[in-house]
Design a protein around this ligand. Structure first.
Ligand code: MLT
Length: 243
C-alpha cells in the first residue's frame, strides 16, 4: 500500500548529493563539528544574520564591503586573512549580538552552497545544539527531507551521522524512510546515545581526533550537547536567519 507520509533520506556525504532530489525537499545541512553548531550558537546569541560563503576570498571581500564579522576555518584552524574562527565559544552574546557574521568553513558552508546550486527547495541547518527546533520544524512542515551530512572532504564521518540518527529518532513516526543510510544513522545513534563524546573517542572519529590535537575538547563537548542554542536557522536570500 502507498504510504502518503513525506519521505526522509540521509545523504552521508556531499559526494552523494547528486543521488537525491533536493528540488523537492527541505535540506538539513549537518556539520556537527562545528559549522552548524556555531551557526546555531551565533544566531541564538543575537547575531542579526549569517552570510555563509564558500571561499575565504569572498569572506574577505564582503568584510571590505559591509560592516560584519568575517570568520572561518580551513582544516579546523582560523583561515588566513580572517580574524575569527569556527568555534561556538567565539560567538558569545556580548560579542556577536546585533552583528552580521560572514562565515566560510571547510565542509559545512561548502555543502550549503552545493545544495543551493542544485536548487534545494529549502535549506535549514541542524546540530545537537538545536535538535529540538529542527525536529519540531520538520514535523510541522511535512515536506520531504534530506538530511545532508557535510562529512569531511567528502569522507563519511561519525558525528554527522549521529546527529542524523538523533533527528530520525525524534521524527520517524511522521515520515516514510526508504533509505539504508537513515537506518544506519539511527542504529549508530542508538548505540552511542548514552555517551556521544565517549563513542567518538573510542571509535577514533577523525575530526574528533583533529580537534583534540588542536586542544579543542571544550568545543567537541559543547557540540555534542542537546539544545544549548535551540533556534532554527533558515536560509533565505543569501542569509541564514532565525525562523
Ligand atoms: C567544517 O565546515 O568543516 C567544520 O565546521 C570544521 C571545523 O571548524 O571544525
Amino acid at each position: 500500500m502507498h504510504d502518503s507520509k513525506p519521505l526522509l533520506h540521509t545523504c552521508a556525504s556531499p559526494a552523494l548529493l547528486h543521488l537525491y532530489d533536493v528540488a523537492q525537499a527541505t535540506v538539513v545541512i549537518i556539520d556537527v563539528l562545528r559549522a552548524t553548531s556555531t551557526i546555531a550558537t551565533a544566531l541564538f546569541n543575537g547575531a542579526r544574520y549569517i552570510i555563509p560563503v564558500d571561499s575565504v576570498a569572498k569572506c574577505i571581500e564582503l568584510g571590505r564591503q559591509i560592516s560584519c564579522v568575517t570568520a572561518g576555518e580551513r582544516d579546523g584552524k582560523i583561515a588566513e586573512g580572517l580574524l575569527h574562527g569556527n568555534s561556538p565559544f567565539e560567538y558569545a552574546r556580548p560579542f556577536i549580538e546585533n552583528k552580521i557574521l560572514v562565515l566560510t568553513t571547510t565542509n559545512g558552508t561548502r555543502l550549503l552552497h552545493m545544495g543551493l546550486e542544485k536548487g534545494a527547495r529549502e535549506i535549514i541547518t541542524g546540530s545537537f545544539s538545536n535538535l529540538s527546533a529542527v525536529s519540531n520544524y520538520l514535523i510541522n512542515q511535512k515536506n520531504d527531507i534530506i538530511l545532508a551530512c557535510a562529512a569531511w572532504k567528502d569522507r563519511v564521518n561519525i558525528e554527522d551521522l549521529l546527529f542524523a540518527g538523533a533527528l530520525i529518532e525524534r521524527v520517524k513516526d511522521h515520515f516514510s524512510i526508504p533509505c539504508d543510510s537513515s537506518h544506519i544513522a539511527e542504529t549508530l545513534y542508538k548505540k552511542a546515545s548514552h555517551d556521544l563524546f565517549g563513542f567518538m573517542k573510542s571509535n577514533h572519529a577523525s575530526h574528533y581526533d583533529r580537534l583534540m590535537d588542536y586542544g579543542l575538547e571544550k568545543d567537541i563537548r559543547y557540540c555534542m550537547e542537546q539544545d544549548l542554542a535551540n533556534v532554527l536557522p533558515i536560509y533565505e536570500n543569501g542569509k541564514l536567519r532565525v525562523y
